[in-house]
Ligand binder design. Structure first.
Ligand SMILES: O=C(O)CCC(=O)C(=O)O
Ligand SMILES: [Fe+2]
Length: 352
């Protein structure tokens, strides 16, 4: 192991042991009590998926950028654009995106790819309106909420369903992952309210209960997303996850995120922190290491995540609490079984 890396990990383990011996052990108020009885992750998540996200962002180290609610940066509200009719939307989403061999190679090497103009601004505006409507059908406005999240939005709306089950996105995911057929795992409404803290560093493969590396996620910002609003931050390279894998996870503190920040810095790993334009999206391989910045603006940062996996993949044999309430995303499917519930339809198949 690289000497600098070994030192950074040893340093983290010392801090982590110190924190635990000071009985910081059950100090995370976002962790459900039943999950605070052990210090491991090899157990079922006992809260909801929404609580999972709240707990997860509580593990982000925000020491470097303290957030002050009074100094949020004023941002123009997302302007309402002319939205397409359902027919126009269906036409747009049926159109395959012509991805080049070079782009596929780039994705396979760097572990993610950004693509511009994949969805029209009008369609994204329609998606944003629809997602907000669904979210507020279920949740009250709450000024204390930092992160507003919800999954399986496509089950509640024909418009969202058009996006999630679209040939445009499904085929693109299959082409980038180099597989012949993909199913959907879940979608994710990811709204950082003004002043919301960072999302900790991670790779999704550590979270997904799927026994395959052919899994990827579109991250679709639903407004142009400057650095101050909390865009995704993407480490370049398919091997970077190996560094992160070495670091023991701590479900109570910000130590894990802190250690990754240190390691990425010490080793000079290249990180893409560029803003996203409206219509620009990223697709991350499940081994891509990423985080997201805090939202320092006065407006909501809304992104829509859609995750696809190789058709034929199974559930891992022992899912952990890192996967949240994963059975919601594949009702009736047990560990080690083939993932084929009605919530995971085939979205693209080469032979169709
Ligand atoms: O939007 C965020 O803050 C994080 C999203 C993320 O990690 C993901 O979609 O995999
Ligand atoms: Fe992620």
């Amino acid at each position: 192991m690289n000497r600098k890396l070994a030192k950074a990990i040893a340093n983290y383990q010392k801090i982590d042991a110190g924190a635990k011996s000071l009985s910081n052990f059950q100090a995370n108020s976002d962790l459900p009590a039943a999950n605070a009885e052990t210090d491991g992750i090899h157990e079922t998540w006992t809260g909801t998926n929404e609580q999972w996200w709240n707990w997860y962002i509580s593990l982000a180290d925000n020491n470097k950028e303290s957030l002050n609610q009074e100094t949020l940066i004023p941002q123009n509200e997302q302007v309402a654009l002319q939205v397409p009719s359902i027919k126009e939307l269906q036409q747009e989403l049926a159109e395959p995106y012509p991805i080049s061999e070079d782009q596929i190679q780039q994705f396979q090497t760097e572990s993610y790819i950004r693509i511009k103009n994949i969805l029209s601004p009008g369609s994204l505006c329609l998606l944003r309106q629809e997602l907000k409507q669904i979210f507020y059908r279920h949740h009250k406005l709450d000024p204390n909420r930092q992160f507003s999240s919800m999954e399986l939005m496509w089950q509640e709306s024909d418009i969202v369903k058009e996006f999630v089950l679209s040939k445009r996105l499904g085929k693109l995911a299959a082409n980038l992952l180099q597989v012949s057929s993909v199913r959907v795992y879940h979608d994710d409404f990811l709204c950082k309210e003004p002043g919301c803290v960072r999302t900790p560093w991670h790779y999704d493969g550590f979270h997904y209960p799927i026994a395959s590396n052919n899994v990827g996620t579109f991250w679709i910002p639903l407004q142009s997303t400057p650095k101050a609003m909390g865009p995704l931050e993407l480490a370049k390279g398919m091997e970077i996850y190996k560094l992160v894998k070495e670091i023991p996870f701590d479900k109570f503190s910000q130590g894990h995120d802190h250690a990754i920040i240190e390691i990425l810095e010490v080793l000079g790993i290249r990180i893409d922190r560029e803003p996203f334009l409206l219509g620009e999206i990223s697709f991350q391989h499940c081994l891509n290491v990423h985080a997201a910045a805090a939202n320092r603006t006065t407006e909501q940062r809304i992104a829509f995540g859609i995750s696809y996996f190789e058709n034929g993949a199974r559930v891992i044999s022992s899912p952990t609490l890192m996967s949240g309430d994963w059975q919601k995303f594949m009702p009736g499917i047990q560990p080690s079984e083939l993932i084929s519930s009605p919530y995971n339809p085939i979205v693209y198949d080469l032979v169709d």
